[in-house]
Write a protein that binds this ligand. Structure first.
Ligand code: NAD
Length: 258
């Protein structure tokens, strides 16, 4: 039911904290991976892990920046050359300054929008042009595209999750619905996952108070583990979700239901 055999999935941001277990899960279901990521170092590690476990034909990839149209074109051309047509797209990139509300410049805001919105739009449109049959796209939104960060969760010295990030994720939610309608007649489904709190090991180690606050803010009383968005992504890519499009699946321990 969740089988992805014979399908090529383009994973943007696939070398990241959540992207790496997503790639593992896609390959476990038989999918071929094309990983496009900004970091050459992380990309090499991510491709290497998949190839070591699933064989040398299971994955390839390229360094790219979703904010640059030429780089998107080059990545899509490289994926087509390597694997032929595409069947799926996962977009796990994001743009954020990490700056406090009062420090954010207009240029900062525009730059984040370029990555979260314009880049995601271009990547989806160009990917769809390479899909010859039914396809599936999964956009990474966030709980902070659905609700605002609670400033009281952030201990002194920590900057709350910044406004341009959540605004971009909220826009991505709307683009998901728009593109689901646009691509539906071609049999291409477009959905989003909205992760909750998945702080990486550095944050876990350096901010125990913050982790406690995040854990108390969701129904399961804990933060998410890196592998816990992968099942939802595989589900949405697979035939198990063949009549699901235009949806946002929260994978947040119930954070947004309180
Ligand atoms: N970790 C969380 O708590 C959390 C919560 C909600 C949503 N998300 C979303 O999940 C997705 C994955 O997050 P993550 O925690 O794995 O982050 P991460 O930083 O570990 O991974 C993101 C990956 O995207 C790549 N990337 C960043 N900017 C890029 C660009 N401009 N062009 C191409 N690649 C770029 C990075 O090199 C990295 O490998 C993101 O969309 C993020 O917004 C994460």
């Amino acid at each position: 039911m969740f089988d992805l055999s014979g399908r090529t999935i383009f994973v943007a941001g696939g070398a990241g904290y959540l992207g790496t277990p997503i790639c593992d899960a896609i390959a476990t279901q038989g999918g071929k991976l094309f990983i496009a990521d900004m970091s050459q170092e992380r990309l090499d590690v991510a491709i290497g892990k998949v190839k070591a476990k699933f064989g040398s034909d299971s994955a390839d990839g390229i360094v790219f920046n979703i904010g640059e149209e030429d780089a998107i074109d080059a990545a899509i051309a490289a994926c087509s050359k390597r694997f032929g047509s595409f069947d799926g797209l996962v977009n796990a990139t994001y743009g954020s300054t990490g700056k406090a509300f009062d420090d954010l410049s207009a240029e900062d805001f525009d730059r984040a929008n370029r990555l979260n919105l314009t880049g995601s739009f271009l990547l989806a449109r160009k990917t769809a042009s390479q899909m010859t049959g039914p396809g599936s796209m999964v956009m990474f939104a966030s709980m902070y595209g659905l609700v605002a960060p609670n400033p009281s969760n952030y201990p002194a010295g920590m900057t709350p999750n910044p406004i341009e990030y959540g605004a971009g994720k909220a826009g991505l939610v709307q683009m998901t619905r728009y593109m689901a309608g646009h691509f539906g007649p071609r049999g291409i489904r477009v959905n989003a996952v909205a992760p909750g709190p998945y702080p990486n090991p550095n944050v876990i180690a350096s901010h125990p108070d913050f982790i406690g606050n995040l854990s108390r803010s969701n129904m399961l009383g804990r933060i998410g583990e890196a592998h816990e968005t992968a099942g939802s992504v595989v589900f949405l890519l697979s035939n198990a979700a063949s009549y699901i499009t235009g949806q946002v699946l929260s994978v947040d321990g119930g954070w947004t239901s309180w």
